[in-house]
Design a protein around this ligand. Structure first.
Ligand SMILES: Nc1ncnc2c1ncn2[C@@H]1O[C@H](COP(=O)(O)OP(=O)(O)OP(=O)(O)O)[C@@H](O)[C@H]1O
Ligand SMILES: Nc1nc2c(ncn2[C@@H]2O[C@H](COP(=O)(O)O)[C@@H](O)[C@H]2O)c(=O)[nH]1
Length: 219
């Protein structure tokens, strides 16, 4: 699915799909925003959803807010790379922007649940790097959902009651980060991305680069 771009050192490599998942409220959105701000070459995948817009959210930036009929048409037209039902709403990743970003040599960041991660992995295992974010405690998770002040008590109760099930998928992920302090969790997630970008298998330009070096040494 992916084609090459250039790493910061000029060596060509395949783009990667960097996935963050967690129980609701553990901090994916917070960490995603920091990554997008501070990591050049990384583009956010903007999901489509049928859920209602929260205060402060912007259509096209945070989500593409669509009705059920439009979402159904996207599924039918194979416009989504993956999709799932989460908390009674539909969520899915529009395929075209992801493929365009990867083709332009960029990495793509996903804030999606375990069902979507499984689907991406089935499609492109070698290009998916997945990170599961855990909260330090259940009390912290609940505090964070309340402090976000964007969901009703009923919605928060529902999300807390789903947290244990969401968390049961932690072992399917490549990396686990416990989000105690945002700065520390961000540094850990950033280190994972930096190391994954340097992986030999995705650095398609290394053969030519090393041959060039050998040529210089022999010449
Ligand atoms: N390490 C942290 N310490 C304290 N508060 C945090 C921390 N990380 C995130 N938060 C706060 O917790 C709340 C939930 O975070 P966020 O929206 O990033 O979670 P999320 O995993 O994206 O949730 P959802 O799955 O519902 O979208 C926000 O108010 C955020 O500012
Ligand atoms: N499988 C997918 N899951 C997605 C996608 N976009 C978001 N999500 C996940 O849904 C829940 C709830 O999100 P919220 O914004 O309503 O709090 C959360 O776990 C997201 O990661 C998607 O495109 N596909």
């Amino acid at each position: 699915m992916t084609t090459g771009g250039h790493g910061t050192d000029g060596v060509e490599r395949r783009g990667l799909m960097f996935v963050l998942s967690s129980p609701s409220g553990a901090g994916k959105t917070t960490l995603s925003r920091l990554l997008i701000d501070r990591m050049p070459g990384l583009r956010m995948s903007v999901s489509a959803t049928t859920r209602a817009m929260r205060p402060g959210e912007v259509d096209g930036r945070d989500y593409l807010f669509v009705d059920k009929a439009r979402f159904g048409a996207m599924v039918k037209g194979d416009e989504l790379l993956e999709w799932a039902t989460v908390f009674d709403n539909s969520y899915g990743t529009p395929r075209a922007p992801v493929e365009a970003a990867l083709s332009a040599g960029q990495d793509v960041l996903f804030d999606i649940d375990w069902q979507g991660t499984q689907q991406l992995r089935e499609k492109a295992r070698a290009d998916v790097v997945s990170v599961f974010i855990l909260p330090p405690s259940a009390a912290d998770l609940e505090k964070r959902l309340h402090s976000r002040a964007q969901d009703s008590d009923e919605v928060i109760r529902k999300r807390m009651s789903r947290a244990s099930h969401e968390m049961s998928h932690w072992a399917e992920y490549d990396y686990i980060v416990i989000n105690h302090a945002v700065d520390e969790a961000f540094a850990e997630v950033q280190s994972i991305l930096k190391a994954e970008r340097l992986k030999r298998e995705r650095r398609t330009g290394l053969v030519g680069f090393v041959r060039g070096l050998q040529g210089q040494l022999q010449g």
